[in-house]
Design a protein around this ligand. Structure first.
Ligand code: AMP
Length: 329
């Protein structure tokens, strides 16, 4: 099965990205039956407010992050989206297939337009057409994503189907692959999705030190504050569950869960344990991150080789598409 997914290089990767999506990338690349492609979605990231002086560092850091998590290059292909012009080319063709009314329905667009009121750019609106191109240019069959991307993926299938019906079948209709925690909530406002835009204290970055993790979990909103904040406790517990690795930790989780259901969970006990669990889980990542950061040439080489592989397929698909729609004379 050919699998593809991407993540935006904007700020640091957080445990929402990891538990909702990237955890599955790592798992899926272990199966030799899968052919995995993962990209740094820099073209998508420039639809948000950004500092051009920081962007190349953010792209490099994301490559470092992915390598430190054990992705590529032996098990999967890592590459940078903007290096493959064919994504944007196919995105343009999809612009002529997707309808305004479909894009207007996208909840991510509506949410982000509220956050960046001064910068509601056309790219932000058109994001799903480029995302469909990112996936279909490789004729990928499955896409591991968090819950927030399901609507976009459904539109990708609609675009594929519409193209196939109109011009002849070339695209598969890719399915989504979700983790057990497809939606991690903010630590400071558990009614909102965890995201970088919620501020430093609202998320745990993979690169946070054990001390910072402890501090952030300590002040995380739990359900102790009243009925409207109930979700906070559920969120902390599902994060706990997702990071358990041993039988003992699982048992510990079940006991916290039972206490929570009975309304007698002590956060003073749960929170330090949860912080410890997260810090331990990423100990190996932190070590590898230091190692890879000493070798920037290697990181760049991985991306260059990835781009070469991606280009070979993307060129072929775009040619096929141009042929189908009658652009080749
Ligand atoms: P992005 O930051 O939009 O590039 O996200 C990269 C991946 O992380 C996508 O597959 C998202 O669906 C996923 N993701 C982002 N935030 C969350 C969250 N709070 N919970 C679960 N998955 C998430």
């Amino acid at each position: 099965m050919r699998i593809i997914s991407g993540a935006k290089p904007s700020g640091k990767l957080h445990i929402g990205n990891y538990l909702g999506s990237i955890k599955n990338w790592v798992k899926l690349q272990e199966d030799p039956k899968n052919e995995c492609w993962f990209f740094i979605a820099d073209y998508h990231s420039i639809t948000e407010d950004y500092d051009p002086k920081q962007k190349s560092k953010e792209i490099f850091d994301m490559a470092l992050d992915l390598l430190a998590l054990g992705l590529g290059p032996k098990k999967s292909v890592l590459f940078q989206q903007s290096r493959i012009n064919e994504h944007a080319n196919l995105g343009w063709i999809f612009n002529t297939i997707v309808r305004m009314s479909e894009l207007e329905r996208m909840t991510q667009y509506k949410d982000k337009a509220l956050v960046q009121k001064q910068n509601v750019n056309v790219g932000l609106f058109d994001y799903p057409a480029l995302m469909a191109a990112d996936i279909l240019i490789y004729k990928a069959e499955a896409v591991p994503v968090g819950e927030d991307q399901l609507q976009h993926l459904e539109l990708t299938r609609d675009i594929a189907r519409r193209f196939n019906e109109k011009f002849g079948k070339i695209f598969p209709e890719p399915k989504s692959i979700l983790t057990e925690t497809p939606r991690i909530m903010s630590l400071t406002d558990p009614l909102k999705k965890m995201s970088k835009s919620g501020g430093e204290k609202s998320y745990i970055a993979l690169s946070d030190s054990p001390e910072i993790i402890r501090e952030k979990i300590k002040i995380a909103v739990s359900d102790a504050g009243g009925k409207d904040k109930r979700d906070g406790g559920d969120n902390l517990l599902s994060i706990f569950n997702a990071f358990t690795q041993t039988k003992e930790e699982k048992t510990e989780y079940l006991s916290y869960k039972k206490d929570h259901e009975a309304g007698k969970l002590r956060y003073a006990g749960l929170k330090p344990r949860l912080a410890e669990l997260i810090a331990d889980y990423f100990a190996d990542y932190r070590k590898k991150h230091i190692e890879f950061s000493k070798n920037p040439d290697y990181v760049k080489k991985v991306l260059a080789e990835g781009a070469e592989k991606a280009l070979a397929i993307a060129e072929k698909t775009l040619k096929e598409v141009k042929q189908k729609i009658g652009l080749i004379i």
